[in-house]
Design a protein around this ligand. Structure first.
Ligand SMILES: Cc1cc2nc3c(=O)[nH]c(=O)nc-3n(C[C@H](O)[C@H](O)[C@H](O)COP(=O)(O)O)c2cc1C
Length: 211
C-alpha cells in the first residue's frame, strides 16, 4: 500500500553550495512502504552499480539480492545476516541486498587496497539511481559477517561489506519512538572547512574558507 505523501518525511539537504537534486533528496530511511519494488527497477539499480569506476577496472563488488514479495525464503536468509538492531527495522524493506568485495586483484592475486572503496562507490551509484526512481536505500554496517559467510558459502578472498535495505518511503509512525524522531530529524553535515584542507593538515583550503 502506498504511504500518503503528506506523512513521508522529505529531509531534503540544505546545502551551502548548489548540488544535484539527487544528492539533496537522498537520505537513509528506516520506515519503508509495504509496496513491492518492480524487478526492472532493481535491475536498473544494479546496472548503475555495474558502471561504477574501480581501481584497474577490477569491479570487486558482488551483491546478494532478495525481494520479500518475490522470494520470501531467500529474503529471510538475507535478513538473518543483519545484526539484531538492523533486523528490527529492515524487515519492513521490500528488498534487501548485501554487498561484498573481492580482497585481491583477479589478474595477479595482489591485495586490492581500494576494493572497499570501490564497493562503496558502486553502492553509492546504486543509491542515486534508486533516488532517481523515487526509491530509497539504507546501508548497514551492522551485519553478522560470520552468519553471512556461512549462509552464502563466501569464498575466502571475498569480504562481506554492508547490508542495503531498499524500498519506497513509508510512514515513520511504524517505528519505535526514538527512531521516529531520527526519521523526521533534519539531516546534518560538518561544513566544508572541517574536511577540506589546503597545504596543511586540518587547515581549511582557501577555496572553502573564503566561500
Ligand atoms: C556504510 C554505511 C553503514 C551504515 N550502517 C548503518 C547501520 O548499521 N544501521 C543504521 O541504522 N544505519 C546505518 N547507516 C546509515 C547512516 O547512519 C546514515 O547514512 C547517516 O546517518 C547519514 O544519514 P543520511 O544517509 O540520511 O544522510 C550506514 C550508512 C552507511 C553508508
Amino acid at each position: 500500500m502506498e504511504t500518503p505523501l503528506a506523512t513521508r518525511p522529505q529531509k531534503i539537504a540544505d546545502p551551502d553550495h548548489e548540488v544535484l537534486d539527487l544528492v539533496a533528496e537522498r537520505w537513509s530511511p528506516r520506515a519503508f512502504a509495504d509496496r513491492p519494488v518492480e524487478p526492472e527497477k532493481i535491475r536498473q539499480m544494479l546496472e548503475a552499480a555495474r558502471w561504477t569506476m574501480s581501481s584497474y577496472n577490477e569491479q570487486p563488488w558482488r551483491y546478494v539480492v532478495a525481494s520479500r514479495h518475490e522470494d520470501p525464503a531467500a529474503y529471510k536468509r538475507l535478513l538473518h545476516g543483519l545484526n539484531e538492531f538492523n533486523q528490527k527495522w529492515a524487515r519492513r524493506a521490500p528488498v534487501l541486498m548485501m554487498s561484498f568485495y573481492k580482497t585481491t586483484f583477479s589478474q595477479n592475486g595482489d591485495p586490492n587496497r581500494c576494493a572497499p572503496h570501490d564497493v562503496g562507490a558502486a553502492s553509492a551509484a546504486l543509491t542515486f539511481q534508486a533516488t532517481a526512481m523515487d526509491l530509497y536505500v539504507h546501508q548497514m554496517a551492522g551485519i553478522q559477517k560470520d552468519v553471512v559467510r556461512e549462509t552464502y558459502d563466501v569464498p575466502e578472498d571475498f569480504e562481506p561489506m554492508a547490508g542495503l535495505a531498499v524500498g519506497y518511503l513509508g510512514d515513520p509512525d511504524v517505528l519505535p519512538p526514538g527512531q521516529q524522531e531520527s526519521e523526521r530529524a533534519p539531516r546534518s553535515r560538518r561544513p566544508l572547512d572541517e574536511f577540506v584542507f589546503g597545504d596543511e593538515w586540518e587547515t581549511p583550503a582557501d577555496l572553502v574558507s573564503d566561500a
